[in-house]
Design a protein around this ligand. Sequence first.
Ligand code: HEC
Length: 102
Amino acid sequence: MKKIAIILLLLAPILFGDYEKDVKLPSITFPMAQDEDFKAIQRNCQWCHSHGYILNQGKQSRKFWRASVIKMRDVYKAPITQKDEKIIVDYLFKHYGNSKEE
Ligand code: HEC
């Protein structure tokens, strides 16, 4: 009998608790441009560091972005394929490029 009482006591929050309450999570808007090519950033960049490393550079030339991506691959050994390298550099220059094409 005691056992049943203890079990009921333990289950009380589940059985009688108010689980219908709305939990309001803060809305987070991800700060990088969301398009199809963003997936390449998610795949290749974000397992090492946050988008902050990228956005904090400000607007840069294509040459700068290409050099950054190559640095990540050559120095930090990020396994970025040639195909993704192009997608990423295009994405970065499109959204975070300055007026210098090269
Ligand atoms: C293998 C881990 C790794 C991956 C993957 C990676 N990075 Fe980095 N990244 C680093 C490290 C380490 C630093 C330097 C951090 C420091 O100096 O404090 C860095 C720094 C940066 C910086 C700051 C400027 C600089 O040159 O130090 C930029 C911009 C950057 N990464 C962009 C990218 C982009 C774009 C990608 C995806 C293509 C990427 N990273 C993927 C490790 C990585």
